[in-house]
Design a binder for this molecule. Structure first.
Ligand code: ZN
Length: 210
């Protein structure tokens, strides 16, 4: 939603509602973990009233555990926290699940996959950043493909059910390669909202996965 027209959020939400998209992806930035600042609970709660699909909330903030309950109340269905700012990941995953949400871990492009090894069975979704977090509209980092394969292996080796979500620089051109490497969920902001026919672009992205 970071790439949506904020002056016409209602129409943008309706477009997603009537499209083949599965989730809304909401990037919350605090100006501390990342240089940018986006939106927080009041905007998410307002959007939730109109939206008919789950809210996948990606927290790019320091001390995210302070706000788990607030984001649950605002309408988050999936809540992801960055491993780089969450030293007690097991505890965070349990706290998120106890509030009725799916628990996600987000990981920066240059953070090793091995950091996830001991908690992989507690994670519902790994949100793998394929650009450096902070801004929409960046180019996909190609090394991500190897990291997806590594992560898929880790999930298999542990018998986990974790979904792999790829966030940043996903396009109609690179989506097939990302899915072939093992991704389950694609986040597409600029590719969708920057296209002349966003709903058709979503449809085409969904076809890539079939
Ligand atoms: Zn995101």
């Amino acid at each position: 939603m970071l790439s949506a027209d904020f002056l016409n959020l209602e129409a943008e939400i309706d477009m997603i509602n009537s499209s083949e998209a599965d989730w809304f992806h909401l990037d919350v930035m605090d100006g501390r973990f990342v240089p940018n600042i986006t939106f927080g609970m009041p905007i998410i709660a307002a959007m939730k009233k109109r939206a008919k699909k789950p809210f996948d909330v990606h927290l790019m903030i320091v001390e995210p555990e302070k706000y788990f309950e607030a984001f649950a109340n605002a309408g988050a269905d999936v809540l992801s926290v960055h491993i780089e700012v969450s030293p007690h990941m097991h505890r965070s995953m349990q706290a998120i699940k106890a509030l009725g949400m799916k628990a996600g871990v987000a990981i920066n492009p240059h953070t090793p996959i091995s950091m996830l090894a001991d908690v992989i069975n507690d994670i519902d979704v790994v949100c793998m950043m394929s650009v450096n977090p902070g801004f929409g509209g960046q180019k996909f980092i190609s090394k991500t493909i190897d990291k997806i394969k590594q992560l898929k292996q880790l999930i298999k080796d542990n018998g986990a059910q974790t979904l792999i979500e790829i966030d940043g620089g996903v396009t109609l051109e690179n989506a097939a390669g990302i899915i072939a490497a093992g991704a389950d969920v694609l986040v597409a902001g600029n590719t969708v909202f920057g296209s002349p026919d966003p709903k058709d672009t979503i449809k085409r992205l969904k076809q890539v996965g079939k």
